[in-house]
Design a binder for this molecule. Structure first.
Ligand code: CU
Length: 225
């Protein structure tokens, strides 16, 4: 059984995974220390007829130590997480050379609007494909995420990208890349109705030449519309 994280294909996934493992390590260590302490105290100070109970006011020094250490860890982790978040989510830092798509979630499918050969959305050669998201690997991708009805969540684990699509919010944008070609899926990660379980789309990161060939085949099929 593969219990670890799914393989990471995206550039920004490295630092997300690093944060994940740091937090898991710290919380895991705290878990072992606390549970170990509970068991040790249970055994060490178990009831013994010959020993009387002892009343203590505790130790100020100990309490300061075990309050300050977690507080410092949380502030450092919070600051670091905020920096990572800003690098990935801040639209002012989005790459300028990205290829843009629009993905529209609705009960219960994902429709992808492609910019077409001119690579500009909103022009006459745009075309739409249902439940298939194709894009070139090794290039930056921006997705304008929309919803037609209820809240859906656009989740591609291998690309470390997850974002809610919210009806009425027409300004949600996310960027990511896939460093290598690969085959993934978008699983809707927000319970959105009875058909939620079947709301999935295939995701293909192609080598550039393969993406161009796929796009040409789509344009031919749709009569250039
Ligand atoms: Cu959904």
């Amino acid at each position: 059984m593969d219990w670890s994280l799914p393989p990471n294909f995206s550039t920004h996934g490295d630092v997300i995974d690093q944060l994940f493992w740091i937090i898991l390590g710290l919380t895991g260590l705290a878990f072992v220390l606390v549970e170990g302490g509970i068991i040790w105290f249970l055994v060490r100070y178990r009831g013994t007829p010959s020993r009387r109970a002892h009343y203590t006011h505790g130790s100020n020094r100990l309490e300061v130590v075990w309050t300050v250490i977690p507080a410092v860890i949380i502030v450092v982790l919070g600051g670091y997480s905020a920096m990572v978040w800003d690098d990935i989510k801040n639209e002012n830092k989005f790459p300028e050379d990205a290829l843009e798509f629009t993905v529209i979630g609705k009960q219960f499918e994902w429709n992808v609007v492609y910019p077409g050969v001119d690579e500009v959305l909103g022009t006459s050669d745009d075309f739409e494909v249902r439940n298939q998201f194709h894009f070139p690997a090794g290039e930056n991708v921006i997705v304008n995420l929309r919803s037609e009805d209820v809240i859906h969540s656009f989740f591609i684990p291998e690309l470390r990208v997850k974002q809610d699509a919210v009806p009425g919010m027409d300004n949600i944008r996310i960027w990511f890349d896939s460093r290598e070609p690969g085959q993934f899926e978008i699983a809707c990660a927000e319970l959105c109705g009875l058909g939620h379980y079947r709301m999935e789309a295939s995701v293909t990161a192609h080598a550039r030449a393969d993406f161009d060939a796929w796009q040409a085949s789509q344009v031919a099929e749709n009569g250039g519309e």
